[in-house]
Design a protein around this ligand. Structure first.
Ligand code: CA
Ligand code: CA
Ligand code: CA
Length: 283
């Protein structure tokens, strides 16, 4: 009887040690990690050197990422591995990149370098899973997402779970500059978009890059078919009409401001009887 008890205790203790590594750090469980930013198409350097993915640890524990898998729906697959523990800090960001050298990768300092994984410039998937295939977070992006060369996609603020980052309206192009000149915030809190999201019939209204040297994209989506007017105003209130039509589909309008003098402009969008204004800086 006593021997049986000892065996049961031994099994229980072994199970406990297997669940909690001796160093006290945990592997991630569902909901602990969220994809917060990714660069599909760098301009400052080539894609093979300048792509990266930022994830965030929503938990209150440091987590060990050894054995975590990043993959897509195709054949891209990489298992995070190292002789040492790969740690993402509690409440911290973690940047995985294709190249370690900040002189070559666009000027970022990655926490980890992966191989056999690339990010398509028009559509692809990022799937983060445990090696038993339990998915921790995944996104599938396509041309509905606000992608353009030289800017990462950043998750809007206030989203902290792996389900809420699945739709394109929850992402905006990065605003802040890093390293060699591309836009993004690798390893830091995402830049704040001046866009309008989920308000009064608008799914999103945003413009980028801002400040701009001339090329400006305006992205807009109404929740239903609406008469939409978009204008640019200078500081004197002079109006340059951009668009006035009924819209039921999301639009991304490229504007050429190269002929306009440097300074401050206002981009206004009028939807029904509501007006939204964003400040544009031409440099
Ligand atoms: Ca790419
Ligand atoms: Ca997700
Ligand atoms: Ca970031």
């Amino acid at each position: 009887m006593k021997k049986q008890f000892l065996i049961i205790m031994l099994v229980a203790l072994t199970t406990l040690f297997l669940q909690f590594p001796v160093n006290g750090q945990n592997t991630p469980k569902s909901g602990d990690l969220i994809i917060t930013e990714f660069m599909v198409n760098p301009s400052a350097v080539s894609d093979t050197k300048g792509e990266w993915i930022e994830i965030f640890n929503t938990s209150e524990d440091d987590l060990v990422l050894n054995g975590i898998v990043i993959s897509d729906a195709g054949s891209n697959k990489h298992t995070l591995s190292s002789d040492e523990d790969i740690i993402i800090s509690a409440g911290g960001f973690f940047v995985m990149a294709r190249n370690i050298d900040s002189d070559e990768n666009g000027g970022l300092t990655p926490d980890y370098v992966y191989s056999n994984f690339s990010l398509g410039n028009s559509e692809d998937e990022i799937i983060i899973s445990l090696d038993d295939k339990t998915i921790l977070d995944e996104i599938a992006y396509n041309s509905d997402w606000p992608m353009y060369a030289g800017a990462s996609l950043e998750l809007n603020s206030g989203i902290d779970n792996p389900e809420s980052n699945n739709t394109h309206s929850q992402w905006h192009p990065a605003v802040d500059i890093y390293g060699a000149g591309d836009l993004g915030t690798p390893g830091k809190s995402n830049s704040v978009s001046s866009g309008v999201y989920n308000q009064d019939g608008i799914e999103y209204f945003e413009s980028f890059p801002n400040p701009t040297k001339g090329e400006l994209f305006v992205r807009f989506s109404a929740n239903s078919e609406e008469m939409v007017t978009i204008n640019i105003l200078n500081v004197l209130g002079q109006k340059i009409p951009v668009l006035k039509e009924f819209l039921s589909q999301p639009v991304m309008i490229p504007l050429d401001l190269t002929g306009m003098g440097n300074g401050i402009y206002w981009l206004e969008v009028i939807v029904g009887n509501k007006k939204y204004v964003q400040k544009i800086i031409k440099q």
